[in-house]
Design a protein around this ligand. Structure first.
Ligand code: FAD
Length: 432
């Protein structure tokens, strides 16, 4: 018999909680990755760089497993069908995996658990992606926090060394199934094409993190870690990352706590994936002008910082956090377009796209989220340039024509749009 370890958003061998428990379980461990067609079939196009990132990463994983005398079994299909097939062909004692808190994943895992249970195969799942999950950091009355600052306070009170210790998987590699390498499907066989987008490295840039509190808000500088893609797919460990933050910079640690916070919110309030966290905000009469939305997507709104951000996103799959806030606010407030349109556009483009963080960011910008910006705070995209891109380096890089007569006229007038947004929100919220 074998125990299967199923990789999902934890694509690494070192410090992997579920893999560690599988290896310690005593039954030889067969590592598995599934290209989940329920997810892949929904992707907007076959050039999606994230699929290449996954493919590159599992190729590397397979190589590392080969060095340990083992292999990575890679399948493509609906996870339920893949497991049903494996159950026919292998004697499976148990399946191990790490928690995934997204509503789709929760449902998928329940189905797999039931399928396995029907054959008396146990399904063991572990926390790996966050420091604290589910009910580990809750209010004294057991209810989840919905405001960040008290959550953070309790997060620190709950923290001790145990939670940030690494799982020494490498000590147990001898418990991997001994096998010749399995053939890996090519990217084309998965149905995807290569991308020209370059992925950020996974080595934490210590010099940047050390000065993060001073540099994080300036999009023209390399002032943030660019680790989001790696945290998203688990190519680096959150425990190791938090230890680094503890050593180097408390402001950076704060961002990692926001990450835990939004995962906790999604777990407790899965409805945020489709609705406003604050129900009254479901009644805002969005204008949803499709032509204006197309301008926003293409980076041709006539507001240089908004356009720079959208062009950076379209070209690289990344956007600086400060600019994410500005473009999101612009869409919801200046254009009065439903935040879910923007959320979906980001979901299709961001390399680091993560339902919990993206939804948290969008609902924050729309004012509809837990602990969100108040609705009457409307970013002024021009003033944001003065504050955060004073020398116009970022804007100049992405919108070189911004000072010329070729540049688009502003899609809306800032002052009028600001007033329109505040009035629209005020009226809608007063009614509900
Ligand atoms: P750093 O500033 O170096 O931060 C370190 C890590 O902390 C990040 O890699 C990320 O994992 C985490 N983090 C930082 N800020 C946040 C935050 N506000 N919420 C949750 N985690 C955070 N982040 C995503 O990872 N995926 C998304 O899909 C996403 N969508 C966003 C949408 C909007 C509208 C906004 C305003 C923010 C969004 N963010 C998202 C949060 C943030 O913008 C990115 O995490 C950050 O820009 C990534 O760059 P970095 O790795 O250099 O981050």
């Amino acid at each position: 018999p074998v125990a299967i370890f199923w990789f999902r958003r934890d694509l690494r061998l070192p410090d992997n909680a579920g893999l560690y428990h599988a290896l310690k379980g005593g039954t030889p461990v067969l590592p598995l990755f599934i290209f989940d067609t329920d997810i892949l079939d929904k992707l907007p196009d076959t050039h999606d760089p994230r699929v290449q990132f996954i493919h590159d990463t599992i190729t590397e994983l397979a190589r590392s497993l080969q060095q340990a005398g083992s292999g990575l079994l890679v399948k493509k299909g609906q996870p339920r069908a893949v497991f049903a097939d494996l159950m026919q062909n292998l004697k499976i004692a148990a399946v191990y995996t790490n928690h995934d808190y997204e509503p789709y994943a929760e449902q998928r895992d329940t189905e797999i658990r039931n399928l396995l249970a029907a054959e008396n195969i146990s399904f063991h799942t572990f926390k790996d992606q966050v420091i604290f999950e589910k009910n580990e950091v809750v209010k004294p009355d057991g209810k989840p926090y919905t405001v960040f600052t008290p959550y953070k306070k309790r997060w620190f009170l709950t923290l001790n060394n145990f939670y940030v210790q690494s799982y020494p998987t490498e000590q147990y590699f001898k418990n991997l199934v001994g096998t010749a390498p399995f053939p890996l499907p090519t990217l084309a066989e998965i149905g995807f094409k290569p991308t020209s987008i370059r992925f950020p490295g996974k080595i934490a840039p210590e010099a940047i993190i050390k000065t993060y509190d001073q540099t994080r808000d300036y999009p023209a500088q390399s002032g943030t870690s660019r680790l989001s893609l790696h945290l998203r797919f688990g190519t680096i460990s959150i425990r190791e990352t938090v230890r680094l933050a503890q050593r180097l910079n408390s402001t950076w640690l704060n961002e990692l706590i926001w990450r835990d916070f939004y995962h906790m919110i999604l777990y407790h309030f899965p409805q945020v994936a489709i609705q406003a966290f604050k129900p009254a905000y479901n009644h805002i009469p969005w204008r949803n002008n499709e032509d204006e939305f197309a301008h926003w997507c293409a980076g041709t709104t006539g507001y240089p910082l908004v356009d720079a951000g959208m062009r950076e996103l379209n070209a690289t799959g990344f956007m600086h956090n400060r600019v994410r806030m500005v473009v999101a606010s612009f869409l919801c407030k200046h254009l009065l377009i439903d935040w879910r349109w923007g959320e979906a556009y980001f979901a299709g483009k961001l390399l680091d796209y993560d339902l919990a963080a993206n939804n948290g960011g969008w609902q924050w910008a729309a004012g509809s989220g837990c602990d969100a910006a108040p609705y009457f705070r409307v970013f002024n995209p021009s003033a944001q340039i003065q504050k955060f891109d004073r020398q116009k380096l970022y804007v100049q890089h992405w919108v070189p024509e911004w000072e010329s007569s070729n540049y688009n006229k502003p899609l809306v007038n800032h002052e009028l749009a600001r007033k329109r947004a505040i009035n629209t929100y005020k009226e809608a919220l007063a009614t509900f």
